[in-house]
Design a protein around this ligand. Structure first.
Ligand code: DQA
Length: 147
């Protein structure tokens, strides 16, 4: 099984932008931790980040053909993108939405998520550990061995 871990705009700046909100770990640190956990779980991983909405949609389409599950932090597109919601609605497997920060404690425009209309589960405010928790859930729902 292959899990797609998709990251939206500005997450390439993780560790550098607003560390008070998003922490000091970089996206490359997150990728390493995700790869290690997937290796332990016996799941293949595709890890991607893009600042472009269309690119994220293309990866979701790719997951239709090759992916068993999607873990997605859509960044600000969470709150704006009907197109990403539509793409996820065209994907049959489990979808888990991750936010590093607790979006519910922040500005009200971050309280609504289009992606949550499709997500099987949502994690917010667990820092970058949220990705690993989501991957643990992926292993569970796919029925593969979990740590
Ligand atoms: C985020 C929360 C979003 O509101 C914000 O636009 C981001 C990151 C998070 O991981 O906490 O870019 O998705």
């Amino acid at each position: 099984s292959t899990v797609f871990v998709l990251n939206g705009p500005n997450l390439n700046l993780l560790g550098k932008r607003q560390p008070d909100i998003y922490g000091h770990e970089t996206l490359s640190d997150v990728e390493t931790a995700c790869r290690e956990q997937c290796a332990r779980q016996g799941i293949e991983i595709r890890f991607h980040q893009s600042n472009t909405e269309g690119q994220i949609i293309d990866w979701i389409h790719e997951a239709r053909d090759t992916g068993a599950a999607i873990v997605i932090n859509p960044g600000a597109y969470t709150h704006t993108s009907v197109a990403i919601l539509d793409a996820l609605n065209a994907f049959d497997g489990p979808v888990f939405e991750v936010h590093i920060s607790n979006v519910h404690r922040r500005e009200s425009f971050r309280h609504h998520s289009y992606v949550s209309l499709r997500a099987d589960g949502v994690i917010a405010g667990f820092g970058t550990q949220g990705y690993l928790l989501a991957l643990q859930r992926v292993a569970h729902v796919l029925g593969v061995s979990s740590p």
